[in-house]
Each structure stands twice: as C-alpha cells, then as structure tokens.
Write a protein that binds this ligand. Sequence first.
Ligand code: RNT
Ligand code: ZN
Length: 420
Amino acid sequence: MHYSEAREKYMALGVDTEAAIETLKQVPVSLHCWQGDDVRGFDGDPSKPLTGGIQTTGNYPGRARTPQELMDDLDQVLALIPGKPKMNLHASYAIFDKDNGGWADRDKLEPKHFEKWVQFCKERGLGCDFNPTFFSHDKCDPLTLTSPNEETRRFWIEHGRACIRISQYLAEQLNDVCVMNIWTGDGFKDVPGDRMGPRERYRDSIDAILAQPYDFSKVKPCVESKVFGIGVEAYTAGSGEFSLLYAAMHKDKCIPLMDNGHYHPTEVVSDKIPALLTFFDEIALHVTRPIRWDSDHVVLYDDETREIAREIVRCGGLDGRVHIALDYFDASINRISAWVTGYRNLQKALLFALLQPGSLLKRLQDEGDFTRLMVEQEQLKTMPLGEVWDEYCRRCGKPVDGEWFSQVMEYEKNVLSKRG
Ligand code: RNT
Ligand code: ZN
C-alpha cells in the first residue's frame, strides 16, 4: 500500500494524515543524554557504581566515556530519529577543562561548565532541558535534600540553586524553554522512625532552591515523585502526594513531573494526565517502560505508551501543556539502538494518537454508545499507520523502519567496538 491509499483510508474516518504529520514535526521530545553512558556522567570516578535508588544492568561494549564520545553517539542517534528532539542533560554531565578552570563540585557548578553543550545544541538547532544530580556523589549521606545534617542539606540546596542558574542560561542561550527536574531518591530501606521530618526538610529545601530567581516562562522547575527505589523500599520522601501537592501549592513557580515507572504496577500515568491537566496549566512527563518495577527498559510501541500519547494529544498537551521527555537506560544492548528505538517508538505512538478520530470517539462516549466505541477503537489498531509513519520519516529526512539498524551496526563495528 502507498501513503496515498493510507491517506484516503484515514480520510474516510475524518482524519487528516497531512495535518498529523505537520503537527508531529513540531512536537519537542527530550532526548536523555544518560542512555549513552549508563547514567555515569563526567564529574566523578567512573569506576564507582551508581547510587541513590537507580540502577543500570548489563555491560554491553561501547559505553561513551568522554564528552566527545557521548556527543559522537548523540549525532548517530540524531541522524536516525524523526521529529523535533531537544537535549536533556544531567548536572553530572558538566564538562570540565583547562579553559574553564577544571573540576568543580556540584554546589559550585556554573553555566561555563555547560558551554560546550550549548555549542553542541546551537549547532544542531536543539533546545535543552536540565536536571540537578542528587545521586552518585560523596555528599549523599545517603540523603540529600532531606538530610537531617544541615551541612549536607545546604550542599544539595546550593547544587539545586546552581542548576536553576544553569537552566536559566540554557533557556536564554538556546531561546527555548528549559524544564529543570528535581528528583531525589531520598528514602529508607526499612520502616522509618520519622516519616514527616524528611518531608518537611524536603519541602524547605525545594523552597530554598526555587528562591533562586528565574524566569518561569522559560525555566520550568518540576518535582518528580517516586513510589520506591532499590535499597529504599520502605519509604520515599518525594512520594506521589508530596510531589503533586508541592507543585499544586506552588503553581506560580513549578510544575509536577510524572515518570510512568514510579507508580504501583496497576496504576497508569495515561489516566493521570487528564487528572492533572484539570488543575495544572502545564505538566512534565518521563516516558519509560517499567517491568515489574522502575526498571527503565527501552520504550516500546506498546499499549500504555500509546495510551499516554493519546491522552497527551486529546488533552491538548501538544500546545505546550505537556513537556515530554524520555527516561530509560539499558546497558545490556547496543546503546544507540536503545536510544533510537525508544525515541522512534514514542514518535510512532504520538502519530498513532494524532491519527485518532477524536471527536467521533468523544461523541460515542457522550451518547453512551459504548458498543460502537469499542468496535471503532479496536478497528483503529489495524489502520495503515505504518504507511503514514514511513511518510513522516521521509518528510523529516530520516530513515524509515528497516533502514536504520544497519547504520547502527556499522557504527558499532567502526567505533563502539574499539572503545576499551
Ligand atoms: C529515577 C528518576 C530520574 C532518573 C534520571 C536519571 O528513578 O526516574 O528521573 O531516571 O534523573
Ligand atoms: Zn524519571
């Protein structure tokens, strides 16, 4: 089947594939830098393990070990993904060199440590999101923003404030919104003796971070919740209620962030999107794939990814109300392929969502015609999405499915396999 036939088929449903393609080209989706090096960053000892309730598994060869290697890998990814990517950096990816005074601790980070990233983004026409890094560092005691030790807590507040200044710099330099996500893994392995103290300190710490001036139309601090992490199974300070309420009580300066790996297994973020958008002007998402826990597997073109995309689209999320980012890290397969697969799958899910006859489905529901609603929704699953997807990739100047993997293998052979 050709694209033109697929277009006709969708037209018969009242769906305009041309409009869907044009819309999707303009939807920013954040590409997380941390898939390329297993979340290690450049500011610490690379031989030390990740700490703070997140973990990567696997040791596939070819991990990026330097800023240059990571940028080279990102260029491979960028060549193979359609749409409008923007970068997503963690503070631990600061680039230190002789020209900018060498290594600096996290409380002393400055915009100059991200100058090379700004250059990278400018040359490629990308915006950039940012994240303070409250994990994998000596000053985690192991708590950070919730620590009862004032010196520790101060250090991490200063880190957060430095990151606000860096986010403001990124937004200004790249003339684009910078979403700055606050996530800490602070919590306890076993039954706590005090659940409220850490949460009060967390609240006060976020207050202190957000007291650093920034332009809220350009810098969007957010608070990411989590149900539990490895090693902190019994209690997480930044729980769902805590984070959502913090954002709700501070709507003039921050927004909530939902990561779909951070809830109980039968809860779905797709359903939470309209719930939050009923009250918030803007929300942020981390799209990932949890298997049994927050395992951060590569995003697939699966039911929940499609449902998340459908809610983003039909709740008007593409008009800047939903900030979309990817968040997964698989070290057991080729990392470029992992990056590209997840990014393309999210794009595909968004295209699927844009090709839904929204007003028909809404009308059937409002009229109580649930029989036909089910039938229509099921039929949509076998509409010729693939033809529209291929056309979208071509119009973005990017390879269609079946054309990109050999390029990744070529790069693995010539570059990745030669890394020690
Ligand atoms: C961890 C959170 C957080 C991290 C990144 C690296 O559970 O999802 O967003 O994955 O900041
Ligand atoms: Zn996340």
